[in-house]
Design a binder for this molecule. Sequence first.
Ligand SMILES: *Cc1c(COP(=O)(O)O)cnc(C)c1O
Length: 421
Amino acid sequence: MKFISTRNQAEPVTASQAILAGIAPDGGLYVPQSFPQFTIDDFSGEQNLSAIAAKLLGKFFVDDQLAEELPQICQNAFDFPVPVKKLDDGLSVLELFHGPTAAFKDFGARFLAQCFDRIATEKKRTILVATSGDTGGAVGCAFEHSSSAKVVILYPKGRVSPLQQQQLTCWGDNVTALQVDGDFDDCQRLVKAVFVDESLQEKHNLASANSINIARLLPQMSYYADTALRHFKASGQVANFIIPTGNMGNGMACLWARACGLPIGEIVFASNANHALFDYFAAGIMKSQPSITTLANAMDVGNPSNFERFVMDQAFAKNTSCQTISDQQIKQSIISVFNQYEQIWCPHTACGFVAWQNLPEEISSLHWHLVATADAYKFKEIVEPLIGEVISTPASLLNLQDRSSSFTSIKPQLSALAEVL
Ligand SMILES: *Cc1c(COP(=O)(O)O)cnc(C)c1O
């Protein structure tokens, strides 16, 4: 299996090469040359998430140097529970926040770290990652004890929650946190700028851990496959997903899983007040916008980086839709979900719940899986006042506050970043 660039001006490469490169030399994003086709029976022997992941992802690693180690990579990366809970008639919740940093980013970050540790290199690698909140923490945590790489995290000043800030800045010597005087799009722009600068790239042996990296995207297909297969086995029906969306990494993974023939029907992207993607679905034109600060800050993206992958194939848009949700709606849904179901949700998951309530009539009677992306505790400053209760600390985060924390502040300029690298 080879990966090609969305801009078609780069040589096809293997999975490992695409993982190392992050972004393609022509500035595009790597996508699989074709989608392997699976039937439900192909997975009849696979019982758990990591076995399903190894089978599914195996086709993307055919002839790659990591092919043989893939089952072990999946086993090490996906070593935490992924419960699906029935909430109401027609609504189940796929909880992706039981990993070590309590957000779904753990899936991609842990898989990526497992891959990097197995791809040999002469010089120590520098992994760069721009984060709107949860990615940086997951990547820092996943690489904490890595001998193969150091990690540099860029995050926007004043736009992450106190707990996210702690999670970005507490991982010790080989993980550096940079607080950028700008927004997430500035962080992302800086990372892209470093990657097109050949001398910097060479000097630091750079690699990217952003959701543009296929080692982030591919593993996220696994929980969609697992959930859809289970649902099909139990009900004979395809699974329909509502996905809280920012950079579209999680959403693209679901589209890729559907493109591989897994039993997935409708896909709904739930955006917050950042409505570039919503506008695209409404008018067919993508106009990137300055990002707006919202309660669901991990989705404060004005220019979704995976959009290039979405428009590669017209089939992706079929049975796919998008909604934009206001902060007011997010607040109301956190309160109503708590009162009605005694569930405490993060603002991103709450955004998805509003999308479920507002589904158009043609598809509202289907059975839906709402993707829950983070533990509410990570956003307790927002959620606790709304529900009037203290949220208990998830076990995974208990020791976090005791760690010492440090960061460096930089201006949103390439020269400033080059200086600290
Ligand atoms: C990253 C993140 C999202 C958005 O995911 P994308 O892949 O960027 O679309 C949603 N919720 C939470 C909690 C996140 O951390």
